[in-house]
Design a protein around this ligand. Sequence first.
Ligand SMILES: NC(=O)c1ccc[n+]([C@@H]2O[C@H](COP(=O)([O-])OP(=O)(O)OC[C@H]3O[C@@H](n4cnc5c(N)ncnc54)[C@H](O)[C@@H]3O)[C@@H](O)[C@H]2O)c1
Length: 387
Amino acid sequence: MRIAIIGCGSMGLRHSVALAELRKRGLTDFELVAVCDIDESRASELAFHSEKIGHQSVAAQSSYERILDDHSIDAVSVVLPTWLHHIVGCEALLAGKHTIIEKPLAISPAASSMLRKAAERSNRVLAVAENYRRIPSNRAFRSLVGQRKCGTPLSMFVQRVASPDESYKVGDRIVKGASWYREPAKAGSYHVFELGAHEIDLQQFWFGPIVSVTGTERTIDGVHNRTLIQMQFASGMLSQVAFVDSTTKVEFTRRRFTGTQGMAFSRCWHAWQDGELFVDGVTTPLEEMTESYLRSAIAENEARFLPDGSFEPVPFSDPTNPLTYGVGAAYADFAAAIQRPRNPEIGIDEGSDVVAVGDAILTSIAEQRTVSIDRNARDTRDGKVGR
Ligand SMILES: NC(=O)c1ccc[n+]([C@@H]2O[C@H](COP(=O)([O-])OP(=O)(O)OC[C@H]3O[C@@H](n4cnc5c(N)ncnc54)[C@H](O)[C@@H]3O)[C@@H](O)[C@H]2O)c1
């Protein structure tokens, strides 16, 4: 299938690298034929780099409409600022393209609903490229929770301190967090949508549906932003997440889970690593949990979502490598959803659900009250999922 990437920023680069790595490993479902950015120099640079890392012939485009008009292109990847996801995503679906959209699916429940209608009308696959849950240690943790290895889940505490302006590596290149992340009109909210979308998806993946949320946000002189989020789950599990902007290039994470018979502790945000698991009085490194998962569970159900070659079968997840960071597995799942056909692991329902929970957190922050998530409503406003 011929695919184009729309949006050549930090994440567009990761998508191109992931697709190149998949090809090197014999997963040739997608051929990257074009990249597009409104900034021509970004498009040309990514096209050039993409060919350097193994893609055959990649055209640079500055108009996404031209990509959508090209009948030889089967699928597109929307890697644009969040406020554009539903606009370009709907046009892509209605132009007949299978469409994978970066997280969060959309900037609001109303925008998710537009994507749902476009996907239904077009009969094309709509997938979300959310990558964190595809990282093996996050799947290993879900399996551990499902098997009640730590007993009944009770609580989770997450503290994430990071600079929104941080630079990071993708392959051998240095990229920087985008300035629009801090603009609510473009990002929804840096903490609740840009970062929070990962957290909401992960925690629902591990613990099931969130039923209500409470959020508090504080700034000092408009900066030094902090957001405290409490999430209540249908199971009775409680979770508290603190996102804190650092201005000193300090990055710091503590994640702690407690169950009735054990607990887990991680110093890494996006994956369960650099920490320990305590079960029945025995302490083991988290890496052992992931290694044992990789030895057993992958062969069965999980192979559906983690085809061989679409991820690195190692416990350590390195964000500079899109395969260990889960992006390759997102593409393998997207390809399988188109070819089999079947639903993608993270499609319109899962993507809309994350947006609805994020929107409920924003409502809670604005109105200083706890907000319930209503999953039965067709309406898409104020915390309602819109099925
Ligand atoms: N999964 C992750 O770990 C992760 C990490 C970072 C960002 N993201 C997500 O990826 C998406 C993109 O983020 P980013 O960091 O790459 O942003 P970015 O700003 O680096 O890149 C976005 C690109 O889109 C281009 N663009 C804007 N309007 C356009 C238009 N109309 N047509 C064509 N191109 C246009 C911009 O010029 C820019 O190059 C966001 O949804 C973000 O939430 C995900």
